[in-house]
Design a protein around this ligand. Structure first.
Ligand SMILES: NC(=O)c1ccc[n+]([C@@H]2O[C@H](COP(=O)([O-])OP(=O)(O)OC[C@H]3O[C@@H](n4cnc5c(N)ncnc54)[C@H](O)[C@@H]3O)[C@@H](O)[C@H]2O)c1
Length: 330
């Protein structure tokens, strides 16, 4: 089996590649993996260090919007796991162009090539943010209307619709996964958990948006990758599957846990103006993935968070060189 993983040098894609090659997922031991990654500010070859010498891995440095390159790379692959994206909401508020180019146009380039070259399965890795902001209770099922609020979320919703259209129109074997907020190792230090951790471990202050009451549902990246893998191997063509972590927390509460883990108090927190269009709550109903794919998150949040804190403590050499890049892009 040959799998093309786009964005395989990023946070989630690299976890998927490491877990696949380590035999922790369902692909057979003779699986071959090609990573296609542009190495944007968020992409990092070091995320693949653990598997760099593996003869089953091929790394291609390139852009998913490059039609000619994608046409060269894709033939011979049985499946695409599409993780490549511009993924940071804040950056989409000040510059949506790259989000539309990569997330929308890039996805269409891959879909067209997948169809032309007879790729068996296309997994579109997406997000709960496509549904907009949830009410205080309840959780979205897969047929909830798409109502994205940020340019990032709108670009992901567009990509999901293009992928599903490719299935309905041309019969491409597409599966869409939508997950909640991920946390874990190798997370670029611009999103809440790694930003706060790297700052607090350096004795620096952290910025908390608005009143901190925005609720997110936390999913360990390894559980997310098991869900992507189950969708790859067992998902039904043309279906959407929710992968929610099941641990809903207001940002303020998560901030408190990170402060405690790093031995700091609330005096380290700057309450900053809220993000524009900040969604109050996301909530996914994952019953379909549980029933059809046999997926359920296995990493207890307290344990996963403690392991993540420990990983950032022990891997300064991974994140210190990224701080300047993270600051420049903010
Ligand atoms: N992190 C989360 O909590 C989360 C939650 C829900 C969904 N997702 C989705 O999961 C996927 C992966 O997210 P992530 O957190 O790993 O993102 P990331 O920003 O860590 O990694 C993205 C990767 O894509 C690569 N890339 C960007 N533009 C590219 C292009 N034009 N061509 C080729 N490669 C390109 C980058 O170099 C990087 O390696 C994304 O599609 C994202 O929308 C993430």
């Amino acid at each position: 089996m040959r799998i093309l993983v786009t964005g395989g040098a990023g946070f989630i894609g690299s976890q998927f590649v490491r877990d696949t090659l380590a035999g922790r997922l369902l692909s057979p031991p003779d699986v071959r993996v090609t990573v296609l990654d542009k190495l944007t500010y968020a992409g990092n070859r070091a995320n693949l260090d653990a598997v760099a010498g593996d003869p089953r891995l091929t790394f291609v440095h390139g852009d998913i919007t490059d039609v000619r390159l994608v046409d060269e790379v894709l033939p011979g692959h049985d499946a695409v796991v599409h993780c490549a994206a511009e993924s940071h909401v804040d950056r989409s508020l000040t510059g949506a162009h790259d989000f539309v180019t990569t997330n929308v146009l890039g996805t269409q380039v891959l879909l067209d090539a997948a169809r032309t070259h007879g790729v068996g399965r296309f997994v579109q890795v997406s997000t709960d943010e496509v549904y907009g902001s949830a009410g205080p209770t309840g959780a979205w099922t897969e047929d909830a209307p798409l109502a994205p609020n940020s340019p990032y979320a709108a670009s992901k919703a567009s990509a999901d619709l293009l992928a599903l259209a490719q299935h309905r129109t041309h019969g491409l074997d597409v599966v869409v996964t939508r997950c909640s907020n991920n946390y874990g190792p190798h997370h670029f230090p611009e999103k809440l958990v790694p930003l706060f951790l790297t700052r607090l471990l350096d004795g620096r202050r952290v910025p908390l948006y608005g009143d901190g009451s925005h609720v997110r549902d936390w999913l360990h990246v390894a559980d997310h990758c098991r869900g992507i893998d189950l969708a790859l191997h067992r998902g039904r063509p043309g279906e959407v599957y929710h992968l929610g972590g099941g641990t809903e927390l207001p940002n303020k509460e998560l901030c408190g846990l990170l402060l405690e883990a790093c031995g700091h108090g609330w005096d380290m927190v700057d309450h900053v103006e809220d993000r524009k269009g900040h969604d109050r709550r996301y909530a996914l109903n994952s019953a379909k993935a549980r029933t059809e794919l046999g997926w359920t998150p296995t990493v207890p949040f307290t344990e996963g968070l403690a392991d993540t804190v420990q990983w950032y403590r022990e891997n300064r050499s991974w994140w210190e060189p990224l701080l300047e890049r993270a600051a420049l892009t903010r």
